[in-house]
Design a binder for this molecule. Structure first.
Ligand code: PEP
Length: 264
């Protein structure tokens, strides 16, 4: 059995409701009948329910960009995992570096969000980790990645078919137009896989986890990433807003190696 590659488009706070509706329709049309990989769009909360309606009958999946850890109550402005499920989501991004930077999301908050999402058993968390430029330049990347994984996932039980996606996103590569060297991504993914193996064991890692890359992927540089052994997919920002370029990215990733073998 081979895992399908996954490509996730994070639309961030870029589109109005009308624009989201328009782009979702274009995605649906572009990917009609596509089932060689998993494609996920993550619009703003405002547009989730409408996007879910449009995506009915298509292979595309819906994700949210954030979630809160409590299930209901006096938490002004927040949204729970159950609410996201109700809106039609199957995925949710947790701990994106923009939230860590602008909203001061910390390790504890990210851990609580992962737990809350796994409790619903209906959502796949996309847990973002990655070093800053200062951490990279002081040679602390490996330590930072392991630390972030442990803080986010320690003590978490993974049951049945529950999927968890770890997105390696070097903060200094996001939105800059320059992705890191594919060999660097491959190295970082190996570190992540080894750390996860230590935490959960190899069987769980090969069955329940995917490790993906994010940071300035475009239709040109993607080809070099497609052949990496330890890469189960991509999280994209900018290129995810242009359906034709995004489709080229998806095709580049899907057409090369047909995925990573899953150990039973
Ligand atoms: C991101 O924000 O997660 C991201 C990968 O953005 P971009 O592709 O624009 O670098």
């Amino acid at each position: 059995m081979l895992t399908k590659k996954i490509i996730i488009a994070n639309w961030k706070m870029n589109l109005s409701l009308a624009e989201t509706v328009g782009l979702t329709k274009k995605f649906k049309e572009k990917f009609a009948g596509f089932n060689q990989g998993e494609v996920v769009i993550c619009p703003a909360n405002l547009a989730l329910s409408q996007a879910a309606k449009i995506l009915k009958g298509s292979q595309l999946k819906l994700g949210a960009q954030n979630v809160f850890w409590e299930d209901k109550g006096m938490y002004t402005g927040e949204i729970s995992a159950d609410m996201l499920v109700e809106a039609g989501c199957q995925y949710v991004i947790i701990g994106h570096s923009e939230r860590r930077k602008y909203l001061f999301e910390n390790y504890e908050m990210i851990h609580k969000k992962v737990r809350a999402v796994l409790e619903t058993a209906k959502l796949t968390p996309i847990v973002c980790i990655g070093e800053t430029i200062e951490e990279k330049e002081s040679d602390r990347r490996d330590f930072v990645l392991v630390e972030q994984l442990q803080q986010a996932l320690s003590g978490i039980d993974v049951f049945g078919n529950q999927q968890i996606i770890v997105a390696y996103e070097p903060v200094w590569a996001i939105g800059t137009g320059t992705a890191i060297e594919p060999s660097e991504a491959e190295y970082a993914h190996k570190i992540i896989r080894l750390a996860l193996n230590d935490m959960f064991g190899m069987r769980i890692i090969s069955q329940n986890f995917k490790i993906i890359y994010g940071g300035s992927i475009n239709s040109k540089n993607v080809k070099k990433f497609a052949a990496l052994e330890n890469m189960d997919g991509l999280l994209v920002g900018g290129v995810g807003l242009k359906v034709d370029d995004f489709s080229k990215v998806v095709k580049s990733i899907i057409n090369l190696p047909a995925g990573r073998p899953v150990k039973n």
